[in-house]
Design a protein around this ligand. Sequence first.
Ligand code: ADP
Ligand code: ASP
Ligand code: MG
Length: 402
Amino acid sequence: MGIIVQKFGGSSVANAEKIFNVAGRIQDAYDAGNSVVVVVSAQGDTTDDLIEKAAEINAKPSKREMDVLLSTGEQITIALLAMALEKNKYPVVSLTGWQTPIKTNMVYGAARIEKVETTRLTNELDKGRIVIVAGFQGVNAVNDITTLGRGGSDTTAVALAAALHADVCEIYTDVDGVYTCDPRIVPDARKLKDISYDEMLELASLGANVLHNRSVEMAKKYHVDLEVKSSFQKIAGTKVKEASSVEKLLIRGVARDNDVARIAVIGVDDTPGKAYRMFALLAKKNINVDVILQSIGRENTKDISFTVSRSQMEEAIKILTENLEMLGATKITHDEKISKVSIVGSGMLSNPGVAAKMFEALYDANINIRMISTSEIKVSVLIDEDMAEKAVQAIHNKFFKD
Ligand code: ADP
Ligand code: ASP
Ligand code: MG
């Protein structure tokens, strides 16, 4: 008995039948004597549909108005789920992000949660009510609605669990845990019993969208016990915690990210300060640069390539083209059809040869590597997008089957 935060994703609440299934899971937790706070996402493809609706009206709407629009998806779900619980004779109240309130910074479309006010939440729980909170949204300092970025409902759930000092935060979804790879790409991927915050954070940041990366970051910071579970089957899921212990694996998982574009600035003057100027220009526009590669200088020039998310590619090219002369560069090329494939695992800290094993898998599959980047617990390669699935399967086979 204690406080439980449960989060149900979009596919888990996609229709009336599924909403009643979710209501059943909530009722079980409530009947066991717990105080239950529930976070839900928009039903099924609602968020994508709303994005399409906006595009029919305006190709470049303001981020503020997009947030007003997208937040409605979650508002529909909280009301419907509350109605299902009412029908089953359970005491319940639904709350939007601003009613809770979940206070965020000013960044529309990718807001960060700054504070969760708990007065209303605890009052409702004290009255014995189940509280259903809209995921993915908050309110900023000027009382505007903000959203947290795609997949952000996980972060709402962890923020509520941290603020309420909940005993556990359960993330219910359409898979029954975190696997060594997206089971949609590798059907025989293995389910992990547990995974450390650091490994999960890398996997989530590198494309394993089973958890929003900020939710893992927050769970680590506030020591929230997190579990990823199935909405449909009542079986144990995957625990995300301080250090994983049970299974000794060389790597924990393979992830793929298609939201990558590569930009190359060709013939840059091989003199000090050029890289600084280039990346300062991008930073000023809030463009996040990921992997960077600089060629060896030849005839007093060099090429600098780097990756950005596809949505930021055009803006990056525009700002660099405007400054071509200042950078002493000759031209800019770009490539949108690339993917990042990564392996993650703290096992690689003490086992040399992990990267070589990954590269061998790619060599065996005849896949060319365009760029490489590494950190303590991950190795990423950039490859052609149409090779990404094959690469993931080859790498997964190498580590988990050989
Ligand atoms: P929800 O709507 O419940 O938030 P998501 O679609 O955001 O669900 O996340 C669940 C999906 O994450 C799964 O259907 C699966 O395809 C994908 N996924 C990607 N990588 C992994 C992984 N390593 N383990 C499990 N699922 C993964
Ligand atoms: N509905 C939002 C999305 O589709 C948030 C979420 O599902 O977590 O991205
Ligand atoms: Mg999700």
